[in-house]
Design a protein around this ligand. Structure first.
Ligand code: CTP
Ligand code: MG
Length: 231
C-alpha cells in the first residue's frame, strides 16, 4: 500500500453568476445567516481534511476582502481567470511549493454550499489509493432524450449517464499539467474532462443529492431547505 498523501482544497469563486440575475455574484448572496461562499469554505475547513484551501477570486471583487474568512490562516487567495478552468489553474499555481506533485487536490465549486464532511470523507477514502482520481456524481432519475430542435431523436440509456458534481479529486501534478495542456479549450467545463481529453479514466463516486449547485434564483430556497434538513 502506498503512502497516504496530503489533501488540498481548491475553490473556484471568480464567476459573475449570470444565470442567478442578482445584484452581486451568487457566492455573496445571503443564505441561512451567512454568504454562500462562507458556508462552502467553513464546511471545507471544518472537515479537517485539508492542509489549506486555495480560493480563486476575481481581481475586481469588492466583497471578498470584507469577509473575515478571507484572512483565515488556512485560506490562500489567488486571482480568478476568464473561465472556471483558468480560475482553478490559478489556484493550483498558488499551491506551488506547498503541495507535492502526488498530493491530492479536491476542487469544489464555491456555489455548492451544502457539501457535507460525509461526502468529502467518502470521496477521499474511496479514491486515495487510486492512480488517477475521480469525482462525486449522481445518477439521473429522469428518462433522458436526445433532441434536435424540439423533436426527440432518441432515448438515451440512463444506465451509463451520471451528473458530475464537485469535489473532483486529482493528483496535484497531473491536474495542473492537464489544465495547462487544455488551456483555452471550451469543452473543459470540469477537471475530469481535462484528464479525459488526455486519455485518463477518472472514477465516479456516488454523492449525496443535497450537494446542489446554486445556479438559478430558486436554488437558494432549496439550499436553505437542505441545510435545515442537515442540521
Ligand atoms: N467560476 C470561476 N471563474 C470563472 C467562472 C466560474 O471561479 N471564470 C466559479 C464560480 O464562481 C462557481 C463555479 O466556478 O463557484 C461554478 O461555475 P458556475 O456555477 O457556472 O458559476 P458562474 O459562472 O458564476 O455562473 P453563470 O455561469 O450563471 O454566470
Ligand atoms: Mg459559469
Amino acid at each position: 500500500m502506498t503512502k497516504t498523501r496530503q489533501c488540498w482544497a481548491v475553490v473556484p469563486a471568480a464567476g459573475v453568476g449570470k444565470r442567478m440575475q442578482a445584484d452581486r455574484p451568487k457566492q455573496y448572496l445571503p443564505l441561512a445567516g451567512k454568504t454562500v461562499i462562507e458556508h462552502t469554505l467553513l464546511r471545507l475547513l471544518g472537515s479537517q481534511a485539508f492542509q489549506a484551501v486555495a480560493v480563486a477570486i476575481s481581481l475586481e471583487d469588492p466583497y471578498w476582502p470584507e469577509l473575515a474568512i478571507a484572512s483565515h490562516p488556512s485560506v490562500i487567495t489567488a486571482p480568478g481567470g476568464k473561465e472556471r478552468a483558468d480560475s482553478v489553474l490559478s489556484a493550483l499555481k498558488a499551491l506551488e511549493g506547498k503541495a507535492d506533485e502526488r498530493d491530492w487536490v479536491l476542487v469544489h465549486d464555491a456555489a455548492r454550499p451544502c457539501i457535507t464532511a460525509d461526502d468529502i470523507q467518502h470521496l477521499i477514502q474511496t479514491l486515495e489509493q487510486d492512480a488517477v482520481g475521480g469525482i462525486l456524481a449522481l445518477s439521473s432519475h429522469d428518462t433522458l432524450k436526445h433532441v434536435e430542435g424540439n423533436t426527440i431523436t432518441a432515448s438515451v440509456n440512463r444506465q451509463h449517464i451520471w451528473r458530475a458534481l464537485t469535489p473532483q479529486m486529482f493528483r496535484y501534478g497531473m491536474l495542473r499539467a492537464a489544465l495547462q495542456q487544455t488551456e483555452g479549450n471550451p469543452a473543459i467545463t470540469d477537471e475530469a474532462s481535462a484528464l479525459e481529453l488526455l486519455g485518463w479514466q477518472p472514477k465516479i463516486v456516488e454523492g449525496r443529492p443535497d450537494n446542489i449547485k446554486i445556479t438559478r434564483p430558486e436554488d437558494l430556497a432549496l439550499a436553505q431547505f437542505y441545510m435545515e434538513q442537515q442540521a
